[in-house]
Design a protein around this ligand. Sequence first.
Ligand SMILES: [Zn+2]
Length: 324
Amino acid sequence: MVAENVEFQVYKGILMHHSPVFKKILSRASTPNFASSASFPIPEVLVELDVLSGLPIVTVQDAARDWRYALRALMGDTIASRVTVCEMPKITSEQVFAFIRLGHKYQMESLRRTGLDYLKHYFTSDFGCYLSCHVYTNGDLMRDRFGNHDAIGVANLARLTGELSLLPTALLLCCRLDLRDLREHGLLYSDGQKEVLNKEDWLHCCQAAPEIVRTVASTAWEIFKTLPGECEHVFEGIGCMAEISNLRDSVVPKLIESLTRTMDPFLGRVDKQDDWKDATENMAPRCRQRLSEALRRRREAVWEMLPSLFNIEIEDWGLVEPIV
Ligand SMILES: [Zn+2]
C-alpha cells in the first residue's frame, strides 16, 4: 500500500477481512485478466500489479499518518488489541481520528465503531457523563486526552459519519478558540498537516459564541431568581439569605468574567470553589440543598438548549434521568 509516498507492506488478508471495500478491490486485482482499477468502490484508489512479484500495489489518497495508526491497530499482537481502543491506554486523538476516518471510508466497522465509541465518551450527549468526565474543568478541557483544537477534528468527523450527537460539545469547545483560527490555522497534526473546521459549523460557532457569553451571565441570574426571598431559618439565627446575597452579589459576578472567557455556560465548577463552599457551609442544610437544586436545574436547562445554540437538531438530546 502506498500513501503519500510511504510504502506499507501489508498482508492483504487482513485488509480484506476488515474491509469489504478492500475485499472487492483486492479480489478483483487477483483475477487473471486484471488490468485497470476502473470502477472500484472508491475511484481514487489506484491498483497496479508489481512487475516482478505480480502482487497488487494499492495507492490510496489518505494521510500516511492515518494508515500507520490504522494498520498498527489492525495488525496488533492479539485479537483484542486489534480493535479495542480501551486496551491502548495511551491512545491519542490522532489515532482515534485515523480509526474513524479510514474506518468510515473503507467500511472497516471495527475501527470506525471503536473510534466513535471512544469519542462519544468525551463528546457525550449525556449530561451526567459530561459533568463527571474530564470535560468539566475550567480552562484546560480534557487536557490528558484532547486539546481544545481537537474539537475541530471531532466536529468534522461528526459531519462525515453522521454522528451528530458529538457536535454540541465539540462546537462548544470550538467556541473557546479564536473564531478566525478555526478556519485559518485549525488543528495541526504531528506530520504538519492541518485541518480546519467545516464552513457550516464555523458559521454556527460564529452565531453561537455571543449567545453563549449571554448565557453565562444569565445562568447566574436565573439560579438566584428561583430562590425564595426569605427562609424559616432566620428565626434560628442562621443567615441563609445573607450568604445567598453574598454569592449572588460578590462571589458569582467575580467568576462570570473567567467563565465568559472559557465559554462555559454551565458555570464551570462554581460549586467546587472555596468561596462558594464557605458561603454554603453557613447555610441551613435545607437551603443549601435548595441552592444546589437551583444550580442543577439551570445547568440542565442550558444542556437541553445546547444543540439549538448551534442550530442542530438531535433526537433524544437532553433526556435527563429523573433523580429518585
Ligand atoms: Zn434557610
